[in-house]
Design a protein around this ligand. Structure first.
Ligand SMILES: C[S@@+](CC[C@H](N)C(=O)[O-])C[C@H]1O[C@@H](n2cnc3c(N)ncnc32)[C@H](O)[C@@H]1O
Length: 359
């Protein structure tokens, strides 16, 4: 992996890390200035898929302060950095009033997640790194759903997939509760990079129409590998249909058509009421469809309330076989290490493997 300390600044900008948490590397004015100008401000990727204006304003304020602190009398800041900062200062964020106090509404933003690759890429965001770009909301709940942003369980499961590509290469994969599609974008890259990509398929499912639309848009962004994947489908699937006798046949039909070898899911268990639905849908998804067909589910659970997670494991364990994956070493947390997702980032994430019980 590239260990350029300036790269960490770029990566932080790409995922909207709060500038107060970004470390200022010990480099000369010239190195910092040229890097920020060439790789961040003038980077064609960030010009096409920029972080929100709100974020850029805080980032460039931080960057200008940093550069001014490094400057000697002979140094000069490029005019383009100053004028970009001034333009941002002049653009007005939208405000909402809550209890007579005005707050800036967090704007939806592009986020670009980067991971090291040995693949030679035509237009990398940064040499030696693959990327996935998404338009995400920056709120926890919006329009009645938690699905419009990426949650840290997805980041952890994405790392697991990147380090175990054989699990999904040339396989039929179905994701439950896919949200805006981060895990799907990573899975699409892994499938396309692996052998026999024409045998691979990817079905991304969720209950919320707006979430599905956002997911579809993200998958088709031309900068993402997923836009070249010929077998990706975004599909409505409500887990509650799996426990409703009148709607079960349509869920069966969907799983028969997708015939998934691998089920993925991240941050799906956030309350007790969801547990029977999820166990119901997992039982249907994990049914073998053919003699050699033994589907497996990899589910990443964010431990907000340990008793809810214990209840899920206990209820799923009544009909299915469950095994926990040993914790990933923190140092290897590719995405979470540099991501600031507020409270969500500090919670433990468990990955469990779920299979059909051997009779
Ligand atoms: C916390 S979000 C996680 C999104 C994504 N997996 C991630 O980790 O970033 C939970 C997701 O589950 C979906 N969901 C909730 N209830 C559902 C149901 N009954 N059927 C299908 N999806 C559901 C939501 O729409 C949302 O996208």
């Amino acid at each position: 992996m590239v260990s350029d300390p300036l790269f960490d600044v770029l990566r932080s900008y790409a995922i909207l890390k709060s500038p107060k948490l970004i470390q200022r590397p010990s480099v000369s004015f010239k190195s910092a200035h040229n890097f920020l100008l060439d790789h961040v401000l003038l980077n064609p990727h960030f010009q096409e898929f920029p972080p929100s204006g709100q974020y850029q304003l805080s980032f460039w304020k931080w960057a200008v302060d940093w550069l001014e602190g490094l400057m000697t009398e002979e140094d000069e800041l490029d005019e383009r950095i100053y004028s970009h900062h001034v333009d941002l200062l002049q653009s007005t964020p939208s405000y909402v009033r809550i209890n007579n106090v005005w707050f800036a509404m967090p704007q939806p933003s592009y986020l670009t997640y980067l991971w090291p690759t040995t693949r030679v890429m035509e237009r990398p965001v940064y040499p030696g790194y693959a990327s996935a770009t998404l338009l995400e909301s920056r709120t926890t709940i919006e329009a009645g759903t938690t699905g419009l942003r990426t949650w840290s369980a997805s980041l952890v499961l994405a790392q697991y997939i990147l380090t175990h590509p054989e699990l999904i290469v040339a396989r039929r994969v179905l994701e439950l509760g896919c949200g805006v599609g981060f895990l799907g974008l990573i899975a699409a890259s892994v499938q396309l990079e692996g052998r026999d990509p024409e045998n691979a398929s990817l079905w991304l499912t969720d209950v919320n129409e707006r979430v599905l639309q956002r997911c579809e848009t993200n998958l088709s962004l031309t900068c993402n590998d997923s836009s070249h994947h010929s077998n990706v489908r975004v599909q409505l699937l409500d887990w509650s249909d799996a426990v409703d006798p009148s709607r079960r046949p349509s869920v069966s039909g969907l799983f028969n058509e997708a015939s998934p070898d691998v089920i993925l899911g991240a941050d799906l268990v956030y309350g007790p009421s969801i547990i029977p639905l999820l166990v119901g849908v997992l039982n249907m998804a994990l049914r073998p469809r053919g003699e050699q067909h033994n589907p497996v589910a990899y589910i990443a659970l964010t431990v907000r309330n340990p008793s809810t997670i214990a209840d899920f494991i206990q209820q799923a364990g009544e009909s299915l076989a469950i095994e926990e994956v040993a914790a990933l070493p923190v140092v290897q947390n590719l995405f979470t290490q540099s991501t600031e997702l507020g409270q969500d980032a500090s919670q433990e994430v468990k990955i469990i493997i779920i299979k059909r019980r051997a009779d």
